[in-house]
Design a protein around this ligand. Sequence first.
Ligand code: NDP
Ligand code: BG6
Length: 511
Amino acid sequence: MTDVVNPLRQGLAGDRLPEPTTVVIFGASGDLTRRKLLPALYTLAAERLLPANFAIVGFARKPMTDEAFREDMRQGCERFARARPLDPAVWDAFARGMYYQAGDYEDLAAYQALGERLKAIDLERGVQGNRLFYLSTPPSTFSVAVSRLGAAGLANASRLTPYSRVIIEKPFGTDLATAETLNRNVLQVLDERQVYRIDHYLGKETVQNLMVLRFANGLFEPLWNNRYVDHVEITGAEAIGIEGRGGYFEQAGILRDMVQNHLFQVLAITAMEPPVTTHADDLRGEKVKVLKALRPIPEGRFGEYVVRGQYVEGSVAGRRQVGYRQEPGVNPTSNTETYVGLKIFIDNWRWGGVPFYLRSGKALPKKVTEVALVFREAPLRLFGDSARTAQSPNVLAIRIQPDEGVSLRFGAKVPGNTLDIQPVNMEFRYGTSFGTEPPEAYERLLLDCMLGDQALFTRGDEVEASWRWVGKIHQQWDSSAEPVETYQAGTWGPAGADLLLQRGGHAWRRP
Ligand code: NDP
Ligand code: BG6
């Protein structure tokens, strides 16, 4: 496998040009391909980040010509690409390297035919055999697709070059057992260095900035521990409901959909030790240590650590939102959670005794993802303790989205001849400081995979460690007859969510 230098250590993304590559997308007739993957690849092309010798092959069961595929993808890019409007010259060159191959995911002959087509494309486009297979199909097809790739001689596990890499979409398993099975099946065919498990939160600029904030500055890291931090709040709130995905969400719930993957990755990056290098395995090794150090929920005290909720009818930002049980595809007596709040302790030297509160929910008042470190109060109230000198703790809030940025709250003297103290904020905003919006996560992740950099992809043991912890909650819920709490759509979750923090003398921030 080609060993690459991690770009986090380098300057601009423009330094990095992948080798000639063919990207093969399984499930190319689907929503993700049209809405995210092709728009991301087109934007990379428009920003000259793709190699000149480059091709895309869409693979799915639906019969389609190359022309029809190109037209469908053009419409997707016109609507969703960050680099809009499309530049006709860039589009024409990009579309010339785009092909479509119909086939069944189970059928070995279809993979052999795909292999022949790829050889012809190698010659036509000068790609030299490097292949990136993107599994953008339902999770039930992941194992079989990898196994057929191996049987058709497309997996190349024993060869460093040309490379074969496989990106696997989420969800990676639905519990520990299924994740272990999928890891086993995949690793029977591929080497771990060929496997790129997507968690699109890792592709977000602001999640990467969390590492930069911590490890490229001398100021924060000395304070980043239980001596100075009182508690940490991680919020992944969404204003939308389940948006027609009733069938999927009934099986998943918010704990599987958002927490086991996205929020746990954010938690791991917030809490990990400084890695020795930014090389993928050093970084992922530190994240795994955090996930392994999560304290099991104490027997008989589940309610003090876990809260779940489900939205009922309400209004979100002036828009009427039907209740979860009234959504299409949802069982009218469903107990599936659309909100979860967790209190977590990380049993290691850095974080011993510091509660990490996590929450994620649908149909909350607004979309916001943030990490907030709430610091311990000053040891002495030198200025007394009245309403006018009320001191609130310092808070470092890292806004992952939207209004990406960082703010630091501290107390300041109100101008005047009296000693009034008020909290004020020192702010950094991406938009104002850099005059640009952060790129789409899928752009970064596709580019990194072509460059052979796994740092922003999850490793097999990481995924298993997070399922191991989360699975205990599912087991408890499955064995309990207690109904899910409800909350009105457009509010900040069920009453139990506030109690979760009140017990520790804390309160959720209103981000
Ligand atoms: P789609 O339901 O649109 O499926 C993609 C394609 O998979 C379909 O066009 C279909 O193509 C093929 N397919 C293969 N087997 C089946 C099957 N049994 N049932 C239905 N379709 C099948 O999915 P998305 O594009 O939305 O998602 C693709 C992957 O990405 C999934 O794993 C999903 O969990 C993940 N994902 C998607 C997100 C999104 O925003 N869309 C977000 C996060 C993850 P054909 O019939 O032509 O073979
Ligand atoms: C997806 C979940 O993985 O992440 C969705 O399946 C959720 O339910 C989405 O809405 C949130 O992603 P983002 O990037 O909009 O925060």
